[in-house]
Design a protein around this ligand. Structure first.
Ligand SMILES: O=C(O)CCC(=O)C(=O)O
Length: 288
């Protein structure tokens, strides 16, 4: 369980290392599962096949082998090890503690795998503005490292206090030129609100060891530069919704295909692609 000090640190900075939640065997199982699914490849999960990940592609490079981030959305639907991770009691409890919610559902997960030597960039962004089909926004995500994520192999960077500055996704898009680890922290051209707790923009690298969980607010500015090192960087982000989340039919998102409801309905009724992980404060086990 998170300590009061950790909760305070999260609310001050907008991110937190929650500590080690997987032992070596647990990490190895997830790495083996990822290898298995990468070996099957996107073409092994054709349209209409069930189950299949929601997305499985190189999200940055197209056919350019110089840039690759394998993004697999909802690996939990094709791997019971990842499904169990979505229900991990420490993670679910931490999300509940940080959001104050006693009902939580899966929003989606995403592997971000930066291969050694040519791992691509995940530009500076905030999560919530990229999720326009749910409201209120999902406040907190968990991110578990499967390899030690270091400055060299493209760990995430975080900007302390930025979660309390509002929606600045358009500004962050102007920082897309920041791609290398040497320059990734050089965000320029933004002045935080005077009344914010943190009034300076001071991005910092955020190394996370294999088996540790990092937690970040969905308005925290974050991203990760190229991986030119000889070490791969495998990780999974897990995004959750609180029980009050409702469907916004006017928005666009890859998960929208799986929502068959009217505008404004509760996402807790959205069906099997959005399973419950906590009800009335009790962590729920995975179905399989
Ligand atoms: O894995 C990364 O480098 C980025 C992940 C991310 O953007 C997220 O977890 O929201």
């Amino acid at each position: 369980m998170l300590t009061d000090e950790q909760v305070a640190e999260f609310h001050r900075n907008g991110f937190l290392n929650g500590g080690r939640i997987l032992d070596e065997d647990g990490v190895q199982e997830l790495k083996d599962e990822l290898d298995r699914i990468l070996a099957i490849g996107p073409e092994g999960f054709p349209e209409g096949a069930t189950p299949r990940p929601v997305l499985f592609h190189n999200m940055v490079g197209g056919r350019d082998p110089e840039k690759c981030v394998w993004q697999i959305v909802n690996i939990w639907e094709v791997s019971s090890a990842y499904e169990r991770l979505m229900h991990h009691p420490f993670i679910v409890d931490a999300i509940s503690r940080l959001t104050g919610a006693d009902e939580l559902m899966v929003w989606h997960d995403q592997i971000q795998h930066k291969p050694a030597g040519h791992g691509g960039v995940t530009g500076w962004h905030q999560d919530a503005p990229l999720w326009p089909i749910i409201r209120p926004m999902t406040p907190v995500s968990a991110w578990v490292a499967l390899d030690d994520a270091t400055v060299e192999n493209g760990c995430m960077w975080m900007t302390p206090g930025s979660h309390s500055w509002g929606n600045h996704i358009e500004f962050l898009r102007t920082q897309a030129h920041l791609q290398q680890k040497e320059e990734f922290g050089n965000i320029e051209g933004f002045t935080p609100p005077d009344d914010a707790e943190v009034t300076t923009v001071e991005p910092r690298p955020w190394p996370v060891k294999a088996g540790e969980v990092s937690l970040h607010h969905s308005l925290t500015w974050h991203g990760s530069p190229f991986n030119h090192s000889d070490q791969q960087r495998r990780a999974i982000a897990m995004h959750y919704m609180t029980g009050e989340s409702r469907f916004v039919a006017g928005g666009q998102h890859v998960m929208k295909t799986y929502v068959h409801m009217d505008d404004g309905e509760l996402m807790s009724k959205a069906g099997p692609h959005f399973p419950s992980v906590m009800k009335n404060g009790q962590v729920l086990n995975a179905a399989s």
